[in-house]
Design a protein around this ligand. Structure first.
Ligand SMILES: [Zn+2]
Ligand SMILES: [Zn+2]
Length: 65
């Protein structure tokens, strides 16, 4: 498994699958909340989304949007 496929979101700190996000530095959830990009239709299993790998983290900033 190569690491360049998985990024770490600079906003919420969660890992995410780069191919599922429009932004290199943000998970689909944060890209959606901050910039209005299409969000992942998260499906959670074992504490993270099986599609984009987001773990449900929210930064204080995005939580209050
Ligand atoms: Zn994020
Ligand atoms: Zn997801």
């Amino acid at each position: 498994m190569s690491d360049d496929k998985i990024g770490t979101c600079v906003e919420c700190g969660s890992e995410f699958l780069r191919s599922k996000s429009k932004m290199k530095e943000l998970c689909p959830e944060c890209a959606h909340r901050l910039y209005g990009y299409e969000n992942c239709k998260h499906i959670f299993k074992n504490g993270k989304c099986v599609i984009c790998l987001w773990n449900g983290n929210q930064s204080d900033y995005t939580k209050n949007l």
